[in-house]
Design a protein around this ligand. Structure first.
Ligand code: SF4
Length: 326
């Protein structure tokens, strides 16, 4: 073996040699008496190559599937709430919601006419090298193709004030995170704005305490009323900075609603707040009933000694997201 060569016994592994250091392999061979020359120590520098086109194809698929098939946990939660409702209108609305998502799945059409802004979360392994194009363009191309191929409504405007549809639902709202590993975990969560518009953030002083957060959650949901197309899913982000709290709240919506925060303190708070929200009586589509929310997830992170940011991202009964690992 020569310096800098690719060792085929380690597939997909680029091996570099440092001059002056013996490799284990060469020592073994020398011990067998077959080689006398000095070899170099090998050092592994592992980068898995992923083509930008693979990312585009995955995003295209995920945009379509997320818009057509509701996640299993959301379907289960709607079913459970239907079993608990006794009001005539509430039952009728939940039946319509169930029938609607079944039709969407069977006929491969969008669950809702608002096919949302494409929120794309990428967890990129630090041992991945993206080749053959830029990452942001790869993601936007996937959204462009997915929204076109899936007959999904294009809902993005070029400018927040002067408006004007971009015509292809781009740009995606792209969030990247570098994680250990050699894979990319892609989650697409199309976000409708009937519910997005009812979201809120507040920069609490620490003295507001837990009660301040509880009151804020209830106030926000009560003010939202029928606008976010209840039964809703509530994502709560606590901690970090102003911007991080909002991102935590958005990420909370991507977690299955049948899961609980791994910290029992927040797990119990999730259960308590979900119960309190359902006691508000807003009900399915705001017509009254026991089911105002089908899930409430809380995500947290450390924050500054002088603050306690809290963001609430509200989602609707069409809380969609789909994940793929490449
Ligand atoms: S809030 Fe949700 S259910 Fe309501 S229109 Fe938007 S996407 Fe559809």
């Amino acid at each position: 073996m020569i310096c800098g060569a690719v060792d085929r016994s380690f597939p997909s592994t680029l091996i570099r040699y440092q001059p002056g250091e013996k490799s284990e392999k060469s020592v073994d061979k020398q011990a067998g008496g077959r080689f006398t020359e000095i070899y170099y120590k090998k050092e592994l520098s592992y980068m898995r190559e992923i083509q930008a086109s693979e990312i585009t194809e995955a995003i295209e698929r995920l945009c379509i599937e997320a818009n057509q098939v509701l996640p299993e946990d959301v379907k289960q939660a709607i079913g459970k709430c239907r079993a608990c409702e006794d009001g005539e209108i509430a039952c009728q609305i939940l039946d319509n919601i169930i029938e609607n998502y079944k039709i969407a799945e069977e006929e491969q059409v969008p669950i809702c006419q608002d096919t949302g802004m494409a929120c794309v979360f990428l967890e990129i392994g630090q041992d991945v090298h993206i080749a053959g194009g830029g990452l942001t363009e790869a993601v936007n191309e996937g959204v462009r193709r997915g929204y076109e191929k899936g007959y999904l409504r294009k809902s993005v405007v070029k400018d927040p004030v002067r408006r004007g549809n971009t015509g292809d639902n781009t740009p995606a709202m792209l969030y990247t995170e570098i994680v250990p590993g050699e894979q990319i975990r892609i989650t697409v969560g199309p976000k409708g704005f009937g519910s997005e518009n009812m979201s809120a953030i507040r920069m609490f002083k620490p003295s507001a305490g837990l009660q301040g957060i509880k009151d804020f959650i209830l106030e926000t949901v009560e003010a939202a009323g029928p606008n976010p197309c209840p039964p809703m899913v509530v994502g709560v982000g606590i901690g970090g900075t102003f911007d991080k709290a909002a991102l935590l709240a958005k990420k909370a919506l991507m977690r299955p609603i049948d899961s609980r925060n791994s910290d029992p303190f927040y797990g119990e708070l999730e259960e308590e707040m979900l119960e309190k929200i359902n006691e508000l009586g807003i009900g399915p589509q705001g017509f009254g009933g026991r089911t105002t929310a089908i899930g409430l997830n809380i995500e947290t992170m450390p924050t500054h000694i002088a603050g306690m940011p809290c963001a609430i991202n509200i989602s609707c009964h069409v809380t969609r997201h789909k994940t793929e690992v490449i």
